[in-house]
Design a protein around this ligand. Sequence first.
Ligand SMILES: *[C@@H]1O[C@H](CO)[C@@H](O)[C@H](O)[C@H]1NC(C)=O
Ligand SMILES: *[C@@H]1O[C@H](CO)[C@@H](O)[C@H](O)[C@H]1NC(C)=O
Ligand SMILES: *[C@@H]1O[C@H](CO)[C@@H](O)[C@H](O)[C@H]1NC(C)=O
Ligand SMILES: *[C@@H]1O[C@H](CO)[C@@H](O)[C@H](O)[C@H]1NC(C)=O
Length: 390
Amino acid sequence: MFGHCCFIFIIYQIIVLVECSLVPILKTVNVLDRSLKFGHPAIPFQVITEDGYILQLFRLPGEKKPPVLLMHGLSDTADTWLVRGNGSLAITLANAGYDVWLGNCRGNRYSRRHVYLDPDNDPLFWEFSFHEHAVYDLPAIIDTILDETGSKKLNAIGHSQGNTIFYILGSIRPEYNEKVNLMIALAPVCYLHNIKPPLYTLFTFIPLLNDFLKKVNINELFGTEKIPGKILKALCSIPYVGYTICIENILFTLLGADPEEFDRDVFKIVNTFFPSSTSRKNLDHFGQIFKSRRFERYDYGVIGNKAMYNSSTPPSYDLKKVVMRIALIVGLNDNISSLKDIDLLSNQLPNMVNYTVSPRKTFNHMDDTWGKNMAVYLFPYIFDLLKEYS
Ligand SMILES: *[C@@H]1O[C@H](CO)[C@@H](O)[C@H](O)[C@H]1NC(C)=O
Ligand SMILES: *[C@@H]1O[C@H](CO)[C@@H](O)[C@H](O)[C@H]1NC(C)=O
Ligand SMILES: *[C@@H]1O[C@H](CO)[C@@H](O)[C@H](O)[C@H]1NC(C)=O
Ligand SMILES: *[C@@H]1O[C@H](CO)[C@@H](O)[C@H](O)[C@H]1NC(C)=O
């Protein structure tokens, strides 16, 4: 027992030391600094959802209408759209005169606030999944943008989970279909039948992991506000070895490898803000979709489902109701968003206007936001779509 404690104590001390020694080098990237640096100082907005979460939204003002909303993926933040500086999507759109808005989902470091729940002490704060991002966060964000701009509609670009939530929004709150002129889905995520190994294997462990975390009362995942997140960040920050462990061995293995597009220097930036917090329940919901092979609401078990949905199984999201215009942009080396799963999705979306496969053979799950040459293999398609459907 004593040995065990000692060991943990020593590890903890090492982490504290590593952290302290790295803090001066690793100043966390943030939207306000970076947007200013690249010529489009962002204006922050506070958005309060119907259920009391306080979300941070940023605007890089521009003339063009309708405005463009960018929504990040799982455990990500608005920073992701600025990683590449003048070669990033947010700045490229702003340079072209677009009115750019960057959203943040509840739980991440910009939106870890609530009018009365305390994220550090109230487990109820973390009682959400992507369902709540879709049904509460998105409507609050969209309505704020439309109010501020006087526009009737907006364009949206979502990465990964950032587009999943638009399908749910369109099906559960169909009135929002009319507020979206065009949704461009980068690395689309809906069905998860065909994710590649070893990610596939990891997904089979999510229910077990969830049960364990629930028992030990861990409801917040990945973020650096908590010790496990600090350990991960410290590990990834070790010069040379950090990139090898976190990127070459973990990220590339899980999400597809594309080393040319994701070099050590840009990793240093990404590692300051990614991964950010989300809830255990969110990860669990993805695990359920994978296991049940159905795109459906959170499964609370037979008794919980009866109370929640008046049915023993969770209702499926009805994709027929998602009548907003949707364009899909897909990478061939994306080991989460496989072509087979995206084909399933595309066959069910009633108003899919475009399905583009990027010509880059090694295009992986993260090249949509962090890639070095997005201006070559991604942005032209986005700009064509925005022009075509404006
Ligand atoms: C970004 O700026 C750098 C240096 O000013 C320049 O070399 C590069 O071409 C720019 N990239 C884009 C996409 O504009
Ligand atoms: C990711 O997917 C690509 C394309 O299907 C495949 O060649 C590669 O082996 C996969 N990576 C892993 C680690 O499974
Ligand atoms: C619950 O479902 C049953 C059978 O499907 C139906 O008869 C009943 O009216 C429903 N109750 C509520 C409160 O919707
Ligand atoms: C839509 O998709 C096709 C490829 O499937 C592409 O050739 C076309 O240019 C795309 N863009 C627009 C704006 O139609």
